[in-house]
Structure formats: C-alpha cells, structure tokens
Design a protein around this ligand. Structure first.
Ligand code: NAP
Length: 329
C-alpha cells in the first residue's frame, strides 16, 4: 500500500528556530544510529519513520557510519525514502555526517577535505539524494587544520550538496573557532550536535553559552542516555533492550545501583508531574530554550509516542528543578 502521511501531521509538534538561521526544527527529531541497519527488519525501520513523520517529526539524522554494517542505515533509509517519502522530500530535513572511520586507508576517517567531500558523495549515493539538508563534521580532528575542515564544509554548500553545515562533539573553544571560520567564509554554522542529557551535562560548562552568543542552534543527542533515563531498566535488563544487545555504548556495567537509584527518584518526580520519565527527561533538556531539538532514538513505535507526550508538559517549577538537581549531583 502506498504510504499517505497523516493530514494531521503538523497539528501538535512545536517547531523551533535553529539559532539565528531561517530554519526551524521540530522539538523532537529522530536519529537513525540504531534500528536502521541490516540487523533490523526493514519494516520496523519503515514504521518508525512513518510514525515520526505522521507526528510532525520532520528531521531525520544519519551519518556515513550508521548501520550495522557502516553505510547500511543510509542505504535502508534511501530505500524507504524512495518507496514512501519521495513526494515529501521538501517537508524533510535530512542530515548526515563524516568524521569517524568509514573506509580503509588514510582518507576514510577524521577531517581532511579529501575524506569529507568523498564521504558526502558516498552518502548521497546511498540515500539516493541530490543534497542533504545538513552536513556535519562528526568529531574534531586533532591533526587536520580546522581551516581545511571548515573550508570543506563551505565547499559542499557551494557545490549544492548540502544546504547547511554543522559540527558535532566539538568542545566549546574549538566550536567557537569553527563558527568564526565558517562565518568568514560566508557559510554560517547552522548547528552543533553534542551529547546532552540529565546524566551527561558537559555542554553546560561553556558550549551552550558560545552557541547562544554566536546564534548557532543545537540538537542534543542521546537525551535519554541511550535508554537509561526511562523505566526500561527498573526491573532488570529486558532481552530486547540496547543494554542486552552487546552494545559497547550501553551495557550492564553502566547500570549501577547508584544510577538506578537516581532513575527511580527521577521516575517518582515524573509520576508526580503526571508524565513518564522519558517525557520529563526530554523536557528537561529543552528547558531554558537554549537547545533547539532533542534527538531521540527508538526501537519501537510506542517509544516515539512516549516522546511526543513530552509536548503536553514542558514546564518545570523552580522547586522541581531544584529537586532534580539534588538527585543528579
Ligand atoms: N553526533 C554523535 O556523535 C552522535 C552519537 C550518538 C547518537 N547520535 C544521534 O542521536 C540519536 C539518538 O541517540 P540514542 O539512540 O542514543 O538516543 P536516546 O534517545 O538517548 O536513546 C534511545 C534508546 O532509548 C530507549 N528508549 C527510547 N524511548 C524509550 C521509552 N519510551 N521507553 C523505554 N526505552 C526507551 C530505546 O532503546 P532500546 O533499544 O532499549 O529500546 C532507544 O533506542 C542517534 O540515532 C543519532 O542520530 C549522534
């Protein structure tokens, strides 16, 4: 059956301006890091994308290396795009990145002009796209001159292969330099993509100030700490969860009793607020309006629905914020 997007898709989502740019992003965006590779049934990935788009989630985030195997998430996304979303292309913000190991030899990693431009060409082929909306440098490269990396980002915009560019995982000072170089080249930095959640708060130590001052947006990845900031692990480790999957990013060792205790206390506050912990954790990242969008992952359609419920209660009292702060200390 041909996919028809819901006519109600723009009724409940909040769209937020990305820094001082002309682009608005949905308050919730969907990342394709997990659950879009060859180990996931294609129909599951399709259902996640459809549910997201039907709910006003217009932004899908990819990278060259998402899979497994690397490249596969872009290929699978490309297929679903062709089959279901082609006529909605202009309603979508699709991003990709390069910066981690992608192919053998000295040109398949880090931040050289050679790597970034070749990698984006490959990503476009895999997804069957003429351009991506946002192209990121995925992580800082300690060896390549920053100027070269930023010039490569400027080039892909001038070549029409990306509409906007951004950086990811850049510490505050380096981000400030990158933003300045991009401005001087005439291609403003649209966005920074850092990890940010109740359990990972490094961005509060200067990065958010830099971005605000320079008018650059931000999209917080892993806002649920990979699933830790949910009720997923309160009764043990379910067999279909990320922590049970052998992931090196989330495993049983990280789910310490101390952490689970914090999760239990946070869960109690969320219940008092009449929402799920997932919803409170996402609303917390968006508090203060310095983060443009939260970039979630999902293995089930119901997880997207849970995240959307956040939009019904984004407000915190000062007392609630103080109580949360106490727990996170
Ligand atoms: N720039 C970078 O370096 C970088 C790095 C990492 C990620 N990212 C981006 O950020 C995106 C999101 O990362 P993430 O997947 O780590 O984000 P996350 O939102 O912190 O974690 C998502 C996981 O949490 C669990 N979950 C979600 N909703 C739930 C619910 N309602 N109840 C119970 N469990 C729930 C699911 O895991 P289960 O599998 O257990 O169901 C889901 O896959 C990625 O797809 C990628 O686009 C970027």
């Amino acid at each position: 059956m041909v996919y028809q997007a819901s006519p109600a898709r723009y009724e409940s989502m909040e769209y937020r301006r990305c820094g001082r740019s002309g682009l608005k992003l949905p308050a919730i965006s969907l990342g394709l890091w997990h659950n879009f590779g060859d180990t996931t049934v294609l129909n599951t990935s399709r259902q996640l994308l459809q549910r997201a788009f039907d709910s006003g989630i217009t932004h899908f985030d990819l990278a060259n290396n998402y899979g497994p195997p690397p490249g596969c998430a872009e290929e699978n996304f490309g297929r679903i795009l062709r089959e279901d979303f082609l006529r909605y292309r202009d309603e979508l913000i699709i991003s990709s990145k390069a910066g981690y190991t992608m192919w053998e030899g000295p040109y398949g990693d880090w931040g050289s002009r050679k790597y970034l431009i070749s990698s984006l060409d490959q990503s476009l082929k895999r997804m069957g796209l003429e351009y991506v909306d946002i192209f990121y440098h995925h992580r800082p490269d300690p060896e390549t001159p920053l100027e070269e990396t930023m010039r490569a980002l400027d080039s892909v915009v001038r070549q029409g292969k990306a509409l906007y560019v951004g950086v990811s995982n850049y510490p505050a000072e380096l981000a400030a330099q990158a933003i300045d170089i991009l401005n001087s080249l005439g291609t403003p930095c649209l966005i920074h993509q850092p990890r940010y959640s109740m359990f990972e708060r490094w961005v509060e130590g200067g990065l958010l100030d830099v971005l605000q001052e320079k008018g650059v947006g931000s999209i917080a990845f892993s806002p649920l700490a990979g699933g830790q900031l949910t009720d997923r692990y309160l009764e043990g480790i379910p067999s279909d969860s990320r922590a049970a999957s052998g992931s090196r990013f989330l495993n049983a060792d990280q789910l310490t009793e101390e952490k689970l205790n914090k999760v239990r206390k946070l869960n109690a506050i969320a219940q008092r607020r009449g929402q799920k912990l997932v919803q409170m954790a996402l609303a917390w990242v968006l508090r203060g309006d310095r983060v443009t969008s939260v970039l979630i992952g999902a293995s089930k359609v119901s997880q997207i629905d849970d995240a959307l419920g956040m939009l019904e209660n984004r407000h915190f009292t000062a007392a609630e914020l103080a109580e949360i702060e106490e727990i996170l200390l």
